[in-house]
Design a binder for this molecule. Sequence first.
Ligand code: MN
Length: 255
Amino acid sequence: MHILVTNDDGVYAPGLLALAQTLRKIGKVSILAPDQNWSASGHVKTMHRPLRVKQVVLADGSQALASDGAPSDCVALALLGLIEEKIDLVVSGINPNANIGHDVTYSGTVTAAMEAVINGIPGIAVSLDSPENHHAHLDYQPAANLASQITHHVLQKPLPTGVLLNVNVPYLPLDKIKGIKITRQGLRVYRDSLDKRVDPRGRPYYWIGGEAPTAIPEEGTDYGAIYAGYVSITPLQLDLTAWNVISELESRNWA
Ligand code: MN
């Protein structure tokens, strides 16, 4: 089995290295990831400039490809033929922060997995719910082991067409993780605020800042699971249709 590993934190991120090293135990791994941090870049298709790809060497001496495109560009490049050998599955991560609720629309980690699904192969996004303001070295190994277990499962028992998995892992040692829960998207609580400043020439500029987001730990949701010490697997699809309002909208007189 041939697995493409990518991420949104950049090809040299430690989460990618831990993931790639662990997935090598279950299949052949190729790496094509962005050459810089694209976190919170959403689903990107670069169409108005060329994309460059270069060969790089990771900290363990392994070879990887790095592109100046977004995570979703990396997946498209690989699946459209830049990597010649057929790819069976894309695994994206390991992102150092959880991707829960509405995060999935911002997340480069998750949108890379969406790009896999658009190209007809399964995608798995893996994120670690590391503690806020955690500046020390993060241990990605428990999440890498779980990602490998889930990837192995998907290779054995394929996902329905059009479905990707959004996996979030609590920041706990393996023996403290209680198990795996299949979840739905929960609710993130964003606490963004606009920080307006003035540059040396008197012109205003803006930062979208504020406190880090929180979330509601409702049972059955992605955050509810990781909050309770479980791995969360949320199946996602790209059909964003609001099915529950179709008949009400149809009944309106739009003329
Ligand atoms: Mn990221």
